[in-house]
Design a protein around this ligand. Structure first.
Ligand code: DP6
Length: 325
């Protein structure tokens, strides 16, 4: 029996400029460019083994059989890898997250970045980081930003060939932290994939997409210049623009809870008092408080004291996806 096995580790990323809506859902070509940082403290480790003795793919996530929908999405991605490698063998996939259970932080970005890197290696493919990122994008858009390391820009471009994440600054360029205020640990009702599909029903999506290049440029410049106050303004504007689209989509996606708003308002008050911190929020109620390393202990302490915050988790900027022995 011939077996080929590989294990990869990948980190989720937090978008500072958001990806919301696709110009092509099937290829996951985004409506706009986005920019993120990888989160070192959170990781997904995935082992893929192609075996000639299997008659079906098997997928275990965090020591349990994957749900039907997760399994289907993993198999669709294994199929992309099998086509590229011209192999037919079925695979055994074992994936584990180090995110504490019940934090509502399950991430398709780290999951599909790790799956892409492990499956390609196990299939005997030797792809560049750009090619791996491009392939990961097909499974989950944000996964393409978890393949390269540090601060990553995913350029919206018209076709499959040029749509992938590229590092604009390595992880050690700027020691920013993400203090994640967890206000709800339940799984979100509407996932990102369904959300992207209805983004265009909001009258604000056209305006958001048209104004993103300017925000992206400001964000990139702020990162390269280590200018926290400029970064704070632009990431909050961008997150609010995305949530304005979400709220006004049909059906409406209202992810915020009272504690979400409490953290957002506290962040503004702290910043007015001179503390370097800004918020961003993904497709869920948890608030990501971005701050320089020097402020992170105080931010974590303050965040934990807000009623409705169940727990807080802090991460620095992380490397890209890689194979591990
Ligand atoms: C709000 O990458 O999770 O986190 O491509 O359907 O897997 P799929 O969507 P996903 O969308 C991420 C949306 C976001 C913003 C972002 O990360 O840019």
């Amino acid at each position: 029996m011939q077996t080929r096995k590989a294990t990869a580790i990948a980190h989720p990323n937090i978008a500072l400029i958001k990806y919301w809506g696709n110009r092509n859902d099937a290829l996951r070509l985004p409506a706009n460019s986005s920019l993120s940082m990888n989160l070192a403290a959170l990781a997904t480790t995935t082992t893929v083994e192609f075996r000639s003795d299997l008659d079906a793919d098997s997928v275990m996530i965090d020591d349990a059989e994957a749900t039907a929908s997760a399994r289907e999405r993993v198999i669709a991605h294994l199929d992309r890898v099998r086509v590229l490698a011209s192999i037919q063998k079925k695979a055994k996939v074992i994936s584990r997250n180090n995110f504490p259970a019940g934090t509502g932080l399950a991430s398709s970005a780290s999951a599909f970045a790790a799956l892409t890197v492990a499956a390609c290696a196990a299939a005997g493919l030797q792809l560049s980081t750009d090619e791996l990122s491009r392939l990961a994008r097909r499974a989950s858009g944000s996964a393409c930003r978890s393949v390269p390391g540090g601060y990553v820009l995913w350029d919206a471009c018209d076709n499959d060939d040029c749509s992938f994440g590229r590092t604009i600054a390595p992880a050690d360029h700027w020691d920013l932290r993400d203090v994640i205020a967890i206000v709800e640990s339940a799984h979100k009702a509407t996932g990102s994939t369904e959300g992207h599909a209805i983004a265009g029903t909001s009258p604000f999506q056209v305006a958001r997409v048209a104004s993103t290049p300017e925000r992206l440029e400001r964000c990139r410049a702020a990162i390269l210049a280590h200018d926290f106050l400029a970064l704070a303004d632009v990431i909050e504007q961008d997150a609010l623009a995305m949530h304005a689209v979400m709220m006004t989509s049909v059906p409406s996606l209202l992810y915020w809870r009272p504690a979400t708003l409490a953290v957002m308002q506290a962040v503004h008050a702290w910043r007015a008092d001179g503390l370097a911190v800004a918020f961003t929020i993904d497709a869920g109620p948890n608030v990501h408080c971005i701050c320089p390393a020097e402020s992170s202990t105080q931010v974590e302490h303050l965040v934990r004291a807000i009623p409705g915050v169940e727990r807080a988790l802090t991460s620095g900027v992380g490397p890209g996806s890689r194979l591990i022995p």
